[in-house]
Design a protein around this ligand. Sequence first.
Ligand code: FAD
Ligand code: NAG
Length: 601
Amino acid sequence: MATKLLLTFSICRLIVTVGLTLDPSELVLLGVDGQLSVDPTDVETASLDFGRLTRATPPLAVLHPASAQDISQLIKAAYRSDFGFTVSARGHGHSISGQAQPQTENGVVVQMSGSRRGSGRKPPQPRVWPRERYVDVWGGELWIDVLRSSLEYGLAPKSWTDYLYLSVGGTLSNAGISGQAFNHGPQISNVHELDVVTGIGELLTCSEEQNSELFHAVLGGLGQFGIITRARISLEPAPQRVRWIRVLYSNFSAFTRDQVYLISLHAEPGSQKFDYVEGFVIVDEGLINNWRSSFFSPSNPVKISSLKSNGGVLYCLEITKNYHESTASTIDKEVESLLKKLDFIPATVFTTDLLYVDFLDRVHKAELKLRSKGLWEVPHPWLNLLVPRSKIADFEKGVFKVLGITISHPQFIVNQGRIPKRSVIYFIRWDHRSSAVTPDEDVFYLVALLRSALDNGEEIHSLEYLTNQNREILRFCDDARINVKQYLPHYATHEEWMNHFGNKWDWFYQMKMKFDPSHILASGQQIFTPTFPSSLKMGTCDVILIGMEVLVTPTAPTDRLVLLGTAASLLPFSFRPDALDSKAFVAFPTAHLQAQAGLAT
Ligand SMILES: Cc1cc2nc3c(=O)[nH]c(=O)nc-3n(C[C@H](O)[C@H](O)[C@H](O)COP(=O)(O)OP(=O)(O)OC[C@H]3O[C@@H](n4cnc5c(N)ncnc54)[C@H](O)[C@@H]3O)c2cc1C
Ligand SMILES: *[C@@H]1O[C@H](CO)[C@@H](O)[C@H](O)[C@H]1NC(C)=O
């Protein structure tokens, strides 16, 4: 009962809040099982993301869905609406540039992750199918929870991201890449089936066999074709433990050559390859000393400062080998024989051994540390690039130049050494039928410049400085014809998007016209402009008058309009929000008078 009341109240507030750009009956009649909220905290949360680079226009409302049907109803309302509003799925909001936020003034956010709080109906829990070796999960499920549920059956997904507090729908809309990708492909290559609510509100199940066009479009599709409400994710028997090894190089080409060699083993039996291959660049000793304490070195302690030959830069290859306690006796031998083939600096082998789940969840530890120092909720001008193998050396040189790493200034970028500045990983095995875009070569690197801006008065830590460096890096790649592709792409113009998709663009566009013809979904990606009527005349809308005088007052803190109904009147009305100060007349169709009156009393 309390929930119903709350819901009714939310809807009433929503009506009065959005009444002018949205025909309120559309939302009143929704009657969702979840919760439609205009709570300032919800609205505020939905207008921020991990990047903290910009603050979006606050959404009109936030839907905490209880089911795919809730989402379907919302999108149907948006699609059929005469006035129209956009719908943006938000996973855990870990985008950098507002991709999960509405780009329009009249947007509703569907909060996919964390909707199990409070009372009322909740999205379904993960369901593991042990014999079939897959798990069905809600689109907003966080990967950490997918892992926990699967482990109850001794199973685990195969392909990961470095960090697990990301949503299934969010990473599947991009690719989902970590050091396992050379073996298993990215996360989008490890999905059997999806339930998707399209841009016309249809709930469809899709897979290789069924609605395959939609299936391929949605994977890596940047949220453009539908909202993923269920994903069926492939599982394997979960390893128990992980041997985690780091070795150092001072020679970049030796480093990348070894990476290429290691991933070329992907077809070999499990005992004859590593399970995870990444790497990163160490430009200051702070970083290495950070992790040295938790890694032990079997040989004599290594003096890191004595190793630097290439202008103070070292490269760290990071590899793991999974094992089961029953095979613990052979793990040392297997690792040793694999390491023998590599060309790292002798005696720089650092090893640690931990539970599989602790390895997968390793970044969360760093998160907690950063949070405690107030260094997590800061701007993150991250840049992620897929670089073709043939150009990785040119890329390296150019980027070092931009970043100011030179022999004479070895310590120049001291960007806090938190999350590795660059993780260079590398993989093949992409299914090119998906929407995900990669360089033309079979083998390419993901180079991640994961930097945080600090407001500490030092120019080189400022957001502006780092953003300019990112721009310069992209310009350098352009000039040097290194055909990089942005991962988690962000572009401002139509031309850049067409260029990003290259020969996939025509198909991508066709799929958009088919599954989201009004461009309602994921407007924060800024690929397509919504085409529903009200966006064409944003801010002005003619309302037929049926008897209600409404006082309009801007309310703090959201600055949106709250309308309070009073007496009846009959006047034609034309509305421009920015032209309003304190009083205006609007009218709602008779059907809504009751709701209005309900609110006023
Ligand atoms: C600390 C950190 C570490 C990371 N590590 C990795 C990594 O190792 N590998 C990697 O590949 N990525 C990594 N990422 C990036 C991550 O994959 C993206 O941020 C991704 O968008 C997932 O975040 P999210 O679930 O919060 O999605 P959001 O940011 O909420 O959404 C991203 C996009 O997907 C859309 N979307 C969200 N949910 C759905 C859904 N159910 N259906 C359809 N569309 C949807 C949104 O509208 C938006 O356009 C990392 C990010 C952070 C912050
Ligand atoms: C770096 O490694 C490459 C390939 O392994 C080798 O050809 C080159 O001579 C090495 N350079 C230095 C300075 O050792």
